[in-house]
Design a protein around this ligand. Structure first.
Ligand SMILES: Nc1ncnc2c1ncn2[C@@H]1O[C@H](COP(=O)(O)OP(=O)(O)OC[C@H]2O[C@@H]([n+]3cccc(C(=O)O)c3)[C@H](O)[C@@H]2O)[C@@H](O)[C@H]1O
Ligand SMILES: Nc1ncnc2c1ncn2[C@@H]1O[C@H](COP(=O)(O)OP(=O)(O)OP(=O)(O)O)[C@@H](O)[C@H]1O
Ligand SMILES: NC(=O)CC[C@H](N)C(=O)O
Length: 569
């Protein structure tokens, strides 16, 4: 039997385009191959996550209409299992939610059978209990072709994740995979929308291999690809046989159509994508996809970035160049009287390497005007953070003026370490529509830049990036001390602990939820840990006004981070 995975990049809400994508996939496969069943990702018709669009009755009705249109438009001899929202017939009874997160089997011009997700993730970035009711247990169907008959068990993303043997603990009462195997499934399929974070593709693969081995049941895993707001979906769909060996594997971070072949009672080897790259390569691909899709799906072609000659803006400009093309990126250099000479030369060297256009807008006259206007009010006070922040705010205003004038998207450059402790200026360097590296700790920023330069030096390809100059990040950007250059001789380490120490503390505090004592026990100074926690808590008001940031870690300051602001704990 010829089973296929459609690893597609839906835009949330673009129902017609998403349905057309599925139809085109069917046509493309059928031009050269046989196709018995096509499996899409979770909520492929409306895109994942649709969030509160689901509270709109007309949106839900439009999805149903599109589902029936798609069923009618498909060739009648092909079966398609499409991820979609379904009405819950028991809506309203004892407070039941009105919808299921489900899948519809389209065959013979109609919706032949429907299946509902049973385990609804409601943690981190997921909020499915807000919209959906958990499904029942009727999730099997039989696929019959001239040569074979196959009992297929349908699961949707989280349904696969409650594996007590794999995790060493149980997360839900029910285990949909075990139930389907007990009901006689020959094969489990999983329609997923599983967002990326560092290490997630490997974790998923291990879970899938383990599950297939544990139940002696082959498994097909179809994941969404693409960026949707803060989330990046890596795809990395795959199929494993009953021994848990990979038989088909799709590309990561790209759309792909993947053949999965069933014969002799098991899945047989077909297409294996090249092995996953290194961790920096994976993060690089995620960020490039995240920036590209955010811009594309919001309707932007060009972006503007403030280039300080520092490492953060250098990395962001490089990501944007790979995401959108060098002609689509404008770097703006805005020296102040406190800017070092190298802030200009390093930024220009970077722009030459990337082949992007630059503009220089000196900000001294504006600083002077601000100072004169504020002089009567500020008279007799020492110059301090307020004056320093004016520089950042002048730059933010100029960048937003350019964004407005030319219809560009302003990409802000703050990293996770700064955002965590509030080392950034509201309405200043925090201005912008997308915070590309907001979930990348400063030490990772360095690691990514070193990786880029290493790839270039060794003549190794960097996915999506064609370098115009001799290298990528000018070496001086990597070696100089990080500085906001808001007053003479300033460095980040005047206000913050060294970044390797700060990031070590932050990873334990934020990603791993450790107490100050736990962190101190790992070798960090308790006073410093407590100071960092205070900074993190105090900066919540800034984070809640920040542009959305692309999630690449286990715990990002985005939709999965919900902290009070006016709180003291
Ligand atoms: N809970 C709360 N809710 C709402 N608003 C609150 C607030 N707490 C303070 N505020 C307000 O926020 C103001 C403070 O925030 P803000 O004006 O942003 O400024 P602030 O945090 O005081 O200063 C910015 C810091 O970031 C550093 N910086 C700036 C720019 C770039 C970089 C870099 O390296 O990239 C570093 C800079 O050197 C300075 O240490 C307060 O004056 C107050 O008005
Ligand atoms: N002289 C400048 N010209 C243009 N943009 C600037 C300039 N200084 C700061 N910016 C913008 O403000 C952001 C914050 O920069 P700042 O130098 O204060 O801190 P940083 O976190 O070390 O960032 P970077 O490593 O990019 O310098 C920069 O990334 C850049 O987008
Ligand atoms: N959409 C989902 O159900 C995703 C939940 C799942 N644990 C994941 O991240 O892969």
């Amino acid at each position: 039997m010829h089973l296929w995975i459609a690893q597609l990049n839906p835009t949330v809400g673009s129902l017609k385009a998403n349905a057309q994508g599925i139809l085109t996939a069917v046509q493309e496969i059928r031009r050269q191959h046989s196709l018995d069943l096509l499996i899409t990702s979770e909520l492929a018709l409306c895109g994942y996550p649709p969030k509160d669009l689901l509270l709109n009755r007309y949106f839900v009705e439009a999805i149903q209409a599109e589902l029936h249109y798609l069923a009618a438009a498909l060739p009648s001899d092909v079966a398609v299992l499409v991820g979609t929202v379904l009405p819950n017939p028991a809506a309203g009874v004892k407070g039941e939610k009105p919808l299921y997160n489900g899948a519809a089997l389209l065959r013979g011009g109609q919706v032949q059978q429907v299946f509902a997700k049973q385990l609804l993730p409601t943690y981190d970035v997921f909020d499915e209990c807000r919209y959906f009711a958990p499904g029942g247990t009727q999730n099997l169907f039989t696929l019959t072709t001239a040569s074979d008959q196959l009992k297929i068990g349908v699961t949707i993303c989280e349904d696969l994740w409650n594996n007590e043997q794999f995790w060493g603990e149980r997360h839900y009462q029910r285990n949909p995979v075990a139930e389907l195997v007990a009901q006689g499934a020959d094969l489990i399929v999983n329609l997923s929308a599983s967002p990326y974070c560092v290490g997630k593709p490997r974790l998923r693969q291990a879970l899938i291999e383990h599950t297939a081995r544990q139940y002696g049941c082959p498994l097909i895993y179809a994941n969404q690809v693409g960026g949707n707001d803060d989330l990046i979906f890596d795809g990395s769909s795959l199929a494993v046989n009953r021994q848990g060996q990979i038989v088909s594997q799709a590309k990561g971070f790209r759309e792909d159509l993947l053949a999965v072949h069933w014969e002799g009672g098991d899945l047989q080897p077909t297409a294996i994508a090249p092995a996953a790259g290194s961790e920096p390569e994976e993060i690089w691909q995620a960020l490039v996809l995240g920036v590209r899709d955010y811009a594309r799906k919001c309707g932007f072609q060009q972006v503007v970035i403030g280039l300080s000659g520092g490492i953060d803006s250098a990395l962001v400009a490089t990501i944007a160049t790979a995401a959108l093309g060098k002609e689509q990126v404008l770097g703006v250099l805005m020296p102040s009287p406190y800017s070092s000479d190298h802030s200009i030369t390093d930024a220009k060297d970077l722009a030459a390497n990337l082949g992007i256009a630059t503009q220089v807008l000196p900000i001294a006259p504006l600083m002077q005007t601000y100072s004169e206007v504020l002089a009567p009010l500020f008279a007799g006070t020492p110059s301090g953070v307020a004056e320093e922040n004016i520089q950042a705010r002048i730059r933010g205003t100029l960048l937003m003026a350019i964004a407005n004038k030319f219809g560009h998207l302003l990409i802000s450059t703050g990293n996770k370490s700064e955002l965590a402790v509030g080392y950034c200026t509201l309405y200043g360097d925090m201005s912008g529509g997308l915070a590309a590296i907001a979930d990348v700790p400063k030490t990772r920023v360095y690691e990514l830049c070193h990786w880029l330069n290493q790839q270039a030096a060794q003549g190794q390809p960097i996915p999506d990036l064609a370098i115009a100059g001799s290298g990528v990040i000018p070496p001086h950007i990597l070696t100089k001390a990080p500085s906001a250059e808001l007053k003479p001789g300033q460095t980040d380490q005047d206000s913050l602990p060294p970044y390797d120490i700060l990031d070590g503390i932050l990873a334990r505090m934020i990603d791993r939820h450790q107490s100050d004592q736990d962190i101190a026990a790992a070798g960090y100074d308790l006073d410093l840990v407590q100071r960092v926690r205070r900074m993190v808590q105090r900066a919540e008001f800034k984070r809640q006004q920040a542009a959305p940031g692309l999630k690449i870690t286990d715990r990002a300051f985005g939709s999965g981070w919900r902290m009070p602001i006016a709180a003291q704990w």
